[in-house]
Design a protein around this ligand. Structure first.
Ligand code: APR
Length: 250
């Protein structure tokens, strides 16, 4: 199924980047950002929930939505794609995982030093002074979709604690962005897995990799246009990553 050229390139690669998006976690049952707005959340626009202004206007509505998403992640398990990505690291000299996802499924599958371009559901901080909130977050039965939950307060300044994700209109964390960019420019194989590639600046990474001569492979069940130098593996991330691994390393 996988071309032998691709397997060969993976075998001789020095540095492989796995760049992942919502599609990589889809098979773990994590709804994508837009899919997450179902049920009682259906009447909300993402822009009403995922901005600093939205949080300040209605902290418990916003926090309730993110806590609902975080609970979904806590209850989910890494899927075959996360596991194959983690295993790939043991076959190549250097591997970097750069994700747009705010879950921790790569880490739980065994990937190390994962670069989170869009932050994480698991690293809340104070919206006013930025202090990391280190107390364990409440663990409860999945709150009913639509539940408001009062956010905790910062121990230093009493500000509200906000989710550690990147919201619309916010900058990407500088360290993550520069590390992701450096990996894209240095790698020789760049696997773009389960991402629509339309959200910038993250979507610039495959272009940077291509511009620097890397083999760029898109893995997605939904076909989209690519340039003649890129490759497309059409199918679910778990299936395609497992067969890429098998074809390249047996
Ligand atoms: N395997 C691989 N890809 C899949 C699968 C699957 N099983 N299921 C769906 N996909 C693909 C879809 O075809 C789509 O191209 O995953 C992609 C998901 O696209 P988006 O929802 O746009 O997710 P992503 O690319 O991660 O979006 C980037 O946008 O919503 C914001 O901040 C959020 O990080 C997110 C960013």
């Amino acid at each position: 199924m996988i071309t032998s050229t691709l397997s060969q390139q993976l075998r001789k690669a020095h540095h492989v980047v796995a760049f992942t998006g919502a599609g990589t976690s889809a098979e773990s049952g994590i709804p994508t950002f837009r899919d997450a707005l179902t049920g009682l959340w259906e009447r909300f626009d993402p822009a009403q929930l995922a901005t600093p202004e939205a949080f300040r206007a209605d902290p418990s509505l916003c926090w309730g939505w993110y806590e609902w998403r975080r609970q979904k992640v806590v209850q989910a398990q890494p899927n075959g794609a996360h596991l194959a990505i983690a295993e790939l690291a043991s076959h190549v000299p250097k591997m970097t995982v750069v994700t747009q996802n705010v879950d921790d499924l790569h880490e739980r599958a065994g990937s190390q030093d994962v670069i989170h371009l869009h932050g994480s559901l698991h690293s809340p901080r104070c919206i006013d002074c930025g202090l990391a909130y280190t107390l364990p977050l409440a663990s409860y039965d999945l709150p009913a979709e639509g539940s408001r939950i009062e956010p905790p307060r910062c121990s230093a300044c009493d500000g509200y604690v906000r989710p550690g994700v990147v919201w619309f209109g916010e900058m990407l964390p500088e360290d993550a962005w520069s590390a992701g960019l450096a990996a894209a420019e240095e790698c020789d194989v760049f696997l773009s897995i389960g991402t629509s590639g339309i959200v910038y600046p993250a979507a610039e990474l495959p272009l940077r990799a291509l511009g620097n001569g890397a083999t760029v492979v898109h893995i997605n069940p939904a076909r989209f246009d690519i340039s003649s130098q890129e490759h497309f593996l059409e199918g679910p991330a778990s299936v395609m990553m497992q067969s890429l691994l098998r074809d390249a390393f047996g």
